[in-house]
Design a protein around this ligand. Structure first.
Ligand code: HEC
Length: 146
């Protein structure tokens, strides 16, 4: 049953991600990030980022509370780490200087989807993947507990 749930979730995620690009763009990166968050992240992390989304109870690992990222990092938003955690891919630079992305999760198998792969598969180019993750960071910064 768990496998079926995961397959249904993945199909849903791919569908939503593919729809996201068709819609009109909000004016700022933060708003775009908010929209991205509500469509792709809130199901697990909750509408307010508290880790209590409707899908959370299906998971073995509790989705993180995303409003305490700064507090847990001594008051500053850990931008690079969070970027990498969302992306989830390991990036290596080859001898020729090309960036290579492989589908290995950043920290071993996790319940958290590998967004770098999902975004890459719908966007096709790396610049757009970076934009989407950067917009998410702008939004996440705006919801940090004070
Ligand atoms: C299928 C459920 C699910 C979805 C959808 C999901 N996450 Fe997660 N996320 C998790 C889980 C579970 C963890 C805890 C992972 C772990 O430690 O293994 C996590 C961890 C994280 C972390 C690490 C936080 C920390 O304290 O280290 C960040 C950042 C994050 N998610 C952001 C996002 C963003 C942004 C999105 C949307 C693009 C998203 N997540 C969508 C389940 C999900």
């Amino acid at each position: 049953m768990m496998v079926l749930k995961i397959i249904i979730l993945l199909i849903w995620v791919l569908f939503i991600v593919s729809q996201t690009q068709l819609l009109a763009e909000p004016s700022t990166h933060q708003l775009q990030g908010e929209y991205e968050y509500m469509t792709n992240c809130a199901i697990c992390h909750g509408a307010e980022g508290k880790g209590d989304g409707p899908f959370a109870e299906q998971l073995t690992k509790q989705p993180s509370d995303l409003t305490f990222l700064s507090k847990n990092n001594g008051g500053s938003f850990p931008e690079t780490v969070i970027y990498q955690l969302i992306d989830g891919r390991r990036v290596t630079i080859s001898d020729e200087g090309h960036e290579k992305y492989n589908i290995e999760p950043f920290h071993g198998p996790k319940d958290m989807p590998i967004w770098g792969d999902i975004f890459r598969s719908v966007e096709g180019d790396e610049g757009a993947v970076e934009d989407r993750i950067s917009n998410l960071l702008e939004y996440l910064k705006s919801i940090q507990a004070k």
